[in-house]
Design a protein around this ligand. Structure first.
Ligand SMILES: C[S@@+](CC[C@H](N)C(=O)[O-])C[C@H]1O[C@@H](n2cnc3c(N)ncnc32)[C@H](O)[C@@H]1O
Ligand code: SF4
Length: 446
């Protein structure tokens, strides 16, 4: 019998895989944790690296734990359930520090304590895939299988709110009764404080015989059924037509945000509140200040900043989110203090930035690609001859990020070219049990 190679795990990568070096090659081993000695079997081998699965854990990590979800390992939704919750956060913090140094050549002056929220049932937004697979027993509703485009065969989910997890099997049974059984690839779930909406993506029109099934499902489970036949503007209620709207609130700032089910909102509303508090402490907005909120979405940060009395310009690429932000500002009595503009911030230039006027502070919360053009548009601290230049950027920048590599890259620009100090950084455990790293960083000029 062939003996399997042995590896000593040094770190975790961005997908939650153990990283080891064996015979000069980097090996990414799914299922292995830092500090463990494991045997592994490769399923992809390149010149400089291999991708493998763990076979036996010879010396387990003290932080190895029994996954709570019975689908863990098969379902691609989670990557770290075999690692204790505190170990997950520590691993994410190490990843952030490593990226900051290796990509951006910066080190935060202080690492902030991680921001924690509930470990389970936190996911208030989700896209469930749907597929009719007769040889697997009928209709599947779930996330993708790990490293595959197949829909996972699952009947519950520990990271969805229990009420949504309990709908997975009834949804499979519902779709099986519909005329569009083979034309319904996705169900988008959005949970608000007073309503739960399921948006059925349908590629063919529903037939009259579908209506009683959909109505009965909505009534029995207390949800609203919406449909989407094409682009985002075709998202509309199907039943009931007069249900309460989706919304979330931030009681600390006396704010309420209405939203539509397919519009961007933070997935984890509990940790959103804690993140907002941390961001506001760092930004410390004052009455007489002018502050920019770049990638503002529906105004999640803009309105708490405005509550402090500052005037705020929110900029965002999605027209519908800008409209929603304007609506929320009016609803919350803040219309006089905020202005929202639609703009593609990936096309920012120094000239465009100057036309926005001067700001005391910035809040940046970009998508995964980061905010390179924005930070590059600030003036360099020294010119090509090494002579210090007049600086006109904000004194303070608070950067919320969903991708540590692009945060590290942008932090490198701010610190090494634009004359900022990285006063502090820390992780926000927005997506427990996934490898996804959300973080926050505080920059100060000079
Ligand atoms: C991580 S979300 C943050 C939204 C908001 N700050 C919040 O907390 O809800 C990133 C936002 O960037 C917007 N966005 C993506 N690409 C953009 C671009 N090129 N220009 C401007 N905004 C963009 C998205 O529409 C989304 O609202
Ligand atoms: S996403 Fe849900 S079903 Fe999938 S592994 Fe995580 S908890 Fe389990």
């Amino acid at each position: 019998m062939q003996t399997l190679p042995i590896a000593q795990i040094e770190s975790l990568d961005q997908e939650g895989r153990g990283v080891a070096h064996v015979d000069g090659k980097t090996i990414f081993i799914d299922g292995a944790l830092i500090g463990e000695t494991v045997t592994f079997k490769s399923h992809r081998s390149k010149k400089s690296y291999e991708v493998a699965n763990v076979v036996d854990v010879l010396t387990p990590s003290g932080l190895r734990t029994k996954p709570k979800c019975k689908h863990f390992g098969m379902c691609g939704g989670c990557a770290l359930q075999h690692l204790d919750f505190s170990g997950q956060v520590a691993a994410k913090q190490r990843l952030l520090e490593a990226d900051m140094w290796h990509i951006g050549r910066v080190r935060p002056e202080t690492m902030m304590p991680p921001i924690y929220g509930p470990a389970w049932g936190y996911r208030h937004k989700a896209r469930l895939r749907v597929r009719h697979v007769p040889k697997k027993g009928g209709v599947l509703v779930g996330f993708n299988e790990k490293a595959s485009s197949y829909v996972a065969h699952m009947d519950s989910c520990e990271v969805l709110p229990p009420k949504i997890s309990a709908l997975i099997v009834p949804l499979q049974q519902l779709v099986a009764k519909l005329s569009v059984i083979n034309q319904l690839p996705q169900i988008e779930v959005a949970v608000g404080e007073h309503a739960t909406v399921l948006v059925l993506r349908i590629l063919e029109a529903l037939q009259p015989q579908d209506t009683p099934h959909l109505k009965a499902f909505a009534d029995e489970h207390g949800v609203q059924i919406w449909t989407q036949s094409k682009g985002p503007d075709t998202v509309k209620p199907f039943y009931p037509l007069d249900g309460p709207g989706l919304s979330y609130s931030l009681p600390e700032y006396e704010l309420t945000y209405p939203f539509k089910p397919t519009e961007f909102t933070q997935v984890n509303p509990h940790i959103n509140r804690v993140m907002l508090r941390r961001a506001m402490q760092l930004l410390d907005p004052q009455k007489n200040e002018r502050i920019a909120d770049f990638f503002c979405g529906l105004g999640n940060f803009t309105l708490p900043i405005a509550r402090s009395g500052a005037s705020v310009l929110g900029m965002e690429g999605s027209a519908s989110l800008v409209a929603r932000a304007v609506e929320s500002a009016a609803l919350n009595g803040l219309a006089g203090q905020v202005e929202f503009r639609e703009a593609d911030l990936f096309k920012m230039t120094p000239e465009l930035l100057q036309t926005l006027g001067s700001f005391d502070k910035w809040l940046i919360d970009p998508p995964r690609d980061g905010a390179l053009d924005l930070v590059k548009s600030l003036p360099d601290a020294v010119n090509e001859e090494g002579v210090p230049q007049a600086l006109w950027g904000p004194e303070r920048i608070v950067y919320v990020s969903c991708n540590p590599s692009t945060l590290a890259r942008d932090a490198g620009v701010l610190v090494n070219l634009k004359g900022y100090r990285l006063r502090a950084a820390g992780v926000i455990n927005m997506f427990p049990h996934t490898a996804h790293v959300e973080s926050i960083a505080w920059f100060e000029r000079g």
